[in-house]
Design a protein around this ligand. Sequence first.
Ligand code: SF4
Length: 351
Amino acid sequence: MIAPLNVNDLLGKSEPYRTYNIDRNINYTNVCTAVCDFCAFYRSPKSPEGYVLERKVLLEKIQETVDIGGEQILLQGGLHPDFKIEWYEELLNDIKEHFPQVNVHGFSPPEIYHFSKVNKLSLREVLVRLRAAGLGSLPGGGAEILVDRVRKQITRGKVLSDDWLEVNRVWHELGGRSTATMMFGHVETLAERIEHLDRLRQLQDETGGFTAFICWTFQPEHTDMSDIAPAGAHEYLKTNAVARLYLDNFANLQSSWVTQGLKIGQMGLLYGANDMGSLMLEENVVSQAGTVHHLSLEQIRGAISDLGYQPRQRNVFYELVEEPVDEAVDGGISSLLPQSRQNQHPLPIVN
Ligand code: SF4
């Protein structure tokens, strides 16, 4: 069913296709002990607006994903103060018991680091236990800019640069795969963007465990940093192209149509990206910060074809899914979105 993707072909951009993914973002809780000035999603542990998704509801969301052919979920949440490691193990066990075929792309480095602190366990112990319970891969959220001056200015109570990288290092040493991200266009300098890329490149040289790099522009609307002017399309494309050149050991770069819209997302494929990212069934964090783009599967595939490439579906490990996607699938996906969300936009990596 799955054909391995040739990394050398990707680096040479000789392949006739560009890829995309289908999955569902499930935010299991918005309760968070951290304070990130750019985040409109989180609620403090005492807030009446805090939620923890009921297990039944969570499993229903996965069932809907499976029903339209999805085989993976992106599972992320806030840094909940009360849940012990057993709660997360049980969550993963439940998911795998009901859906053994579904890959759980879950728990970004800030969450893993938080689990380690709350439970007084090493990162290795946390990751080994979660993997044994069914964790498949790690999303690369919560990196923002991997420079502590920046992190301390825009976040409180959240993992700093060395430990964000250490979570990935340990996961890679265990044979796991993860993605790397960068949210830019806020308080960082251009030199700090390069420092971020350099730290990722160094770790990738060491472990080779990153599958892809994804960058996007900070969306200031509805956040405590709304006085910052949003970075524009030119800045986005230029940064994407610099990342492609600098991260010479990353096989894949995702284009971020989520923050940039369809046309700039498509242009991203001409500025270093080889992947259009995920068609997300659900996203809460960036959409609450006021982002606006949502694409159908047909639009994503069309954006790729318009450039003369074959649109190909991949999984979270960037392995091609051999079966061409039935266009009818898109109707199923769109019908799962509430009417109010069908013109809003989701962002894949948020924590
Ligand atoms: S970005 Fe993540 S860690 Fe930061 S406040 Fe939001 S949910 Fe919490």
